[in-house]
Design a protein around this ligand. Structure first.
Ligand code: AP5
Ligand code: MG
Length: 218
């Protein structure tokens, strides 16, 4: 992999988490998902304010300060020294500028940005059908890649969870936040020739192959 930081950009349900997990496994580098870190903090009841949980449940973005602090701390750990994958971060212009400063200060160079594009009419099925294993983090979909046994993880037998924000009202709000705050990042990275578009509508395996190819030869 050439760039040390890889950013996965894309609408809710585009497949960021699915592909970031896969790439992290294949490349042996950490998968840093702000959504997962926030959900974990909320589950643990620590030390984030109640406002964070409420914003997430409503599908609104959490403040830049909160997520930038999480990323700054997580990517400073030694396992990130040879590279890491950012999933769902940055998603505002202020966060993108923060990443640039952080990488420059650490001498880690420019990020490579994988932009997963997905058709609007697929999003609802992807999100309402999503189930996640609370133990191993594996992501399923009742329509597209169901577990072998209803609502149970194939790997460890745990009962799968549905995310609190995968309800229609919160999904609408997340799509609005994406369009208003995150879409502009495409131009921000495209201007610097750091953005690579990937069709997120195909099979998971075909998309993984395409991303691997890009990471090796950006
Ligand atoms: P976050 O957890 O990042 O959610 P999101 O951006 O809405 O994206 P999703 O996780 O819903 O989608 P995904 O692209 O990861 O898709 P997945 O791979 O799961 O953020 C949640 C909340 O946290 C935000 O609303 C906000 O409140 C807060 N937050 C997080 N980061 C923040 C930040 N930086 N700033 C401020 N606030 C922040 O796939 C979806 C489904 O599709 C799954 O069921 C999967 O199995 C299926 N699927 C995937 N790929 C395929 C395929 N190729 N074919 C068929 N099915 C597929
Ligand atoms: Mg995700």
């Amino acid at each position: 992999m050439k760039a040390q930081a890889v950013i996965f950009l894309g609408a809710p349900g585009a497949g960021k988490g699915t592909q970031a997990r896969e790439m992290a496994n294949r490349l042996g580098i950490p998968h840093v998902s702000t959504g997962d870190m926030l959900r974990e903090a909320v589950r643990a009841g620590s030390p984030l304010p109640e406002a964070v949980r409420a914003r997430m449940a409503a599908g609104e973005l959490v403040t830049d300060e909160v997520v930038c602090a999480l990323v700054e701390e997580r990517t400073r750990r030694p396992d990130c020294a040879n590279g890491f994958i950012l999933d769902g971060f940055p998603r505002t212009l202020a966060q993108a500028e923060f990443v640039d400063r952080m990488l420059a200060e650490r001498g880690q160079g420019s990020p490579l940005v994988v932009n997963l594009e997905i058709d609007r009419d697929l999003i609802l099925k992807r999100l309402t059908g999503r189930r996640t294993c609370p133990v191993c983090g594996r992501i399923y979909n009742l329509y597209f890649n169901p577990p072998r046994r209803d609502e149970v993880c194939d790997v460890d037998g745990s009962f799968l969870l549905q995310r609190a924000d995968d309800q229609e009202a919160a999904i609408r709000q997340r799509l609005m936040a994406y369009e208003k705050e995150t879409q502009p990042l495409k131009a921000y990275y495209r201007e610097r020739n750091l953005l690579r578009d990937v069709d997120g509508n195909g099979s998971r395996a075909a998309i993984s192959d395409e991303i691997l190819r890009l990471l090796k030869d950006p």
